[in-house]
Design a binder for this molecule. Structure first.
Ligand code: A3P
Length: 314
């Protein structure tokens, strides 16, 4: 960690509630759990980031389909994405993480005051922080926020597979699924509690639908064309021709991205994660292959209790 972060941040870390999760320390700040390696960056971004009206923010809890949108949003916003010029498609050489930089995992990770002046409009960013942790100017400027969420059971299974793959690839023992599940149900996981994360953005999206577009992975899978058109209109870049819609969906498809060399062999330079772990099955209802009926019922009960009266359901 760079010394540019105020010492008070590290003092604060020592005072926060702490839990061990998948072999790492998580700290609870204002009701949410954060990795110790990202918390200073999250706090710096909250204080120091200044949004422009042209910015687009992709927000999500982890493993809800963010990578799909990290590919789709730049493709919609970038004129190259709309042409049939496949040779210049940035996705050929870049994992989607590189096209929508993360506030906490990239831009502010090692510098509490990064110089973003060479980024041109429209600037595209992503973050996993809950709504209340967004920098004030993100909430109050005219920039757009896209939020994606997913059935909690599939989110949990995807989260377990992802972190289990990371730690076993490093030669560690597998992460016991029961342990991961109990933590998820208690809301203890990176950027958790999942349900509170969803509720924060959901409530804001109802108040300000022109500001926050709330998407679900299941809807994207069921009717990708309709969801893509809705997203493009929200971003002020409507896709008028059927062939444009088809091209964006093909370019950003799991089948295509997962087989590109950059995604098979590349490693995220900021987090050290193999890019291949971001692409797995991408199916709705994969929880049925992974968790027991008892686990399903338990997580369904947590979801019903948390989302009661919100109008949200899965
Ligand atoms: P599974 O683990 O269920 O397969 P995130 O991108 O937020 O980390 O979410 C990861 C999930 O999105 C994984 O789900 C992954 O397979 C899926 N995914 C990644 N890229 C995708 C794409 N282009 N289209 C559809 N799903 C995708």
């Amino acid at each position: 960690m760079e010394s540019g972060f105020p010492a008070a941040v590290f003092t604060l870390l020592g005072e926060l509630p702490k839990e061990t999760w998948c072999g790492s320390d998580l700290y609870n700040l204002e009701g949410f759990w954060y990795a110790s390696s990202l918390l200073p960056a999250i706090m710096a971004a909250r204080s120091n980031f200044r949004a422009n009206d042209c910015d687009v923010f992709l927000t999500s809890s982890m493993k809800t389909g963010t990578t799909w949108l990290k590919a789709i949003i730049p493709t919609i916003m970038n004129p190259v994405g709309r042409t049939n010029d496949d040779g210049h498609d940035p996705l050929l050489k870049h994992h989607p993480n590189e096209l929508m930089p993360s506030l906490e995992a990239q831009l502010f990770k090692e510098n509490p005051n990064p110089d973003l002046s060479d980024m041109s409009c429209p600037r595209l960013f992503r973050t996993h922080v809950p709504y209340h942790m967004l920098p004030e100017t993100v909430k109050n400027s005219a920039c757009k926020i896209v939020y994606i969420t997913r059935d909690p059971k599939d989110t949990f299974v995807s989260l377990w597979h992802f972190f289990n793959s990371l730690i076993t690839a490093e030669g560690n023992d597998p992460w016991p699924m029961n342990e991961a599940f109990e933590s998820f149900c208690r809301g203890v996981h990176v950027f958790g509690p999942f349900h509170d994360h969803v509720l924060g953005y959901w409530k804001e999206s109802i108040k300000r639908p022109e500001k926050i577009l709330f998407l679900r992975y299941e809807d994207m899978k069921k009717d990708p064309k309709e969801q893509l058109r809705k997203l493009a209109c929200f971003l002020g870049k409507p896709l008028e021709k059927e062939e444009e819609v088809d091209r964006v969906l093909w370019r950003c498809s799991l089948e295509r991205l997962k087989h590109l060399e950059v995604n098979q062999r590349g490693v995220d330079p900021w987090l050290g994660f193999d890019y291949k772990f971001y692409f797995r099955r991408g199916s709705v209802g994969d929880w049925k292959n992974n968790i027991t009926d008892e686990m399903k019922e338990k997580l369904n009960r947590v979801t019903a209790t948390k989302f009661e009266a919100s109008g949200l359901g899965f």
